[in-house]
Design a protein around this ligand. Structure first.
Ligand SMILES: Cc1ncc(C[n+]2csc(CCOP(=O)(O)OP(=O)(O)O)c2C)c(N)n1
Length: 270
C-alpha cells in the first residue's frame, strides 16, 4: 500500500469532519451515506485510482459516483488532490457554486458522471467499461452504489450486461449500510441475498468490512479474467457519530450548531 493505515485513518477522520462542516454550512445534505462511504472513497483515491497531473489524462481510470447525493467526502478528497480549491468546499449547495448536491461533470474536471437519479451511474459506468473494451483500452471503471439504490431495476439490468459482455475492467462497490432514505432497506424493498444474486448473474464477488482499509485494499486487488467484480462493503450509516449511526433520520438533513459541535467532538476523540 502507498500509505500507512494510520495515515489513511487520519485522512478518513478529516474527511468526516469536513463532510459535517460542509453539510452544516449548506444547511442541507446527506450525512448518513456520506459518513458510511469515507473509507471506500479514501481507499479508492489514495490507493487504487491513479490521479495524473492532468486530471483529464486519457489514461485515467474512471469513477462513477452513482450514490452521488453523498458527495461531500468526494469533494473534500478532490480538493486535497488539487482538482478543487480548498476554499470552495464551504460553498456546497450554494447558488453559483460548482459544488452542487450531486457531482457535475460539466463543471468539475475529472468528474465523469452527473448523478441524481439513482441507478443511472451503474448503467452509465457499465456502458463506459464496454466502450473501453471495444476500443481495446485498459482503463478501469469503478462505480460506487448504495444498497437502497440496488432496489432500482436498472441496477440488475446493468449487472446482466456487465456479465454478458465479460467486463473485467469494471468494479462496482456496494456501500451496504443497510439503511436508505426513510428506513431499513430490508423493510422498504428486501433485496434478499445480495452477494448470491451477483454471483448468480456472473460477477466475481467479494465481501469486506467497508471501514477496514486493509480489507478494502485487498479486495480492490482481486480481479478475475472475463468477469466484472463487485465488492460488497458492509458499512454503518452515519459511521463515527453516535446519534447518526444506523439512524435513517440522518439520511438527508443537516446538523444544527449543537449537533455539529457534539459530532465534531466525538470525531476528534476517535
Ligand atoms: C431514481 C431515484 N429515486 C429516488 C431518489 C431519492 N433518493 C435519494 S437518496 C435515496 C436513498 C438511497 O439509499 P441508499 O442507496 O442506501 O443510499 P445511502 O444510504 O448510501 O445514502 C433516495 C430514495 C433518487 N435520487 N433517485
Amino acid at each position: 500500500m502507498k500509505h500507512s493505515i494510520d495515515e489513511l485513518k487520519q485522512l478518513a477522520k478529516k474527511y468526516r469532519i469536513e463532510t459535517l462542516k460542509m453539510i452544516h454550512a449548506a444547511k442541507s445534505g446527506h450525512p448518513g451515506g456520506s459518513l458510511s462511504a469515507v473509507e471506500i472513497l479514501t481507499t479508492l483515491f489514495y490507493e487504487v485510482i491513479h490521479v495524473y497531473e492532468d486530471p483529464l489524462d486519457e489514461r485515467r481510470d474512471r469513477f462513477f459516483f452513482s450514490k452521488g447525493h453523498c458527495n461531500p467526502p468526494y469533494y473534500a478528497i478532490l480538493a486535497d488532490l488539487g482538482i478543487l480549491e480548498q476554499d470552495e468546499l464551504m460553498t456546497l449547495r450554494k447558488f453559483g457554486s460548482r459544488l452542487q448536491g450531486h457531482p457535475n461533470k460539466n463543471e468539475i474536471p475529472f468528474v465523469d458522471f452527473n448523478a441524481g437519479s439513482l441507478g443511472q451511474g451503474v448503467s452509465a459506468g457499465t456502458g463506459m467499461a464496454l466502450g473501453f473494451k471495444h476500443q481495446g483500452k485498459d482503463n478501469h471503471v469503478y462505480v460506487l452504489i448504495g444498497d437502497g439504490e440496488c432496489d432500482e431495476g436498472i441496477v440488475w439490468e446493468a449487472a446482466s450486461a456487465a456479465c454478458h459482455y465479460k467486463l473485467d475492467n469494471l468494479t462496482w462497490i456496494v456501500d451496504m449500510n443497510t439503511v436508505q432514505l426513510d428506513g431499513a432497506t430490508k423493510d422498504i424493498m428486501n433485496l434478499g441475498d445480495v452477494p448470491a444474486r451477483f454471483e448468480a448473474i456472473g460477477f466475481a464477488v467479494d465481501e469486506v468490512n467497508g471501514h477496514d482499509f486493509e480489507e478494502l485494499y485487498a479486495a480492490f486487488q482481486k480481479k478475475e479474467s472475463g468477469k466484472p467484480h463487485v465488492i460488497i462493503a458492509h458499512t454503518t450509516k452515519g459511521k463515527g457519530v453516535s446519534f447518526m449511526e444506523n439512524n435513517a433520520d440522518w439520511h438527508g438533513k443537516a446538523p444544527n450548531d449543537e449537533q455539529l459541535a457534539q459530532a465534531l467532538q466525538e470525531l476528534e476523540e476517535q
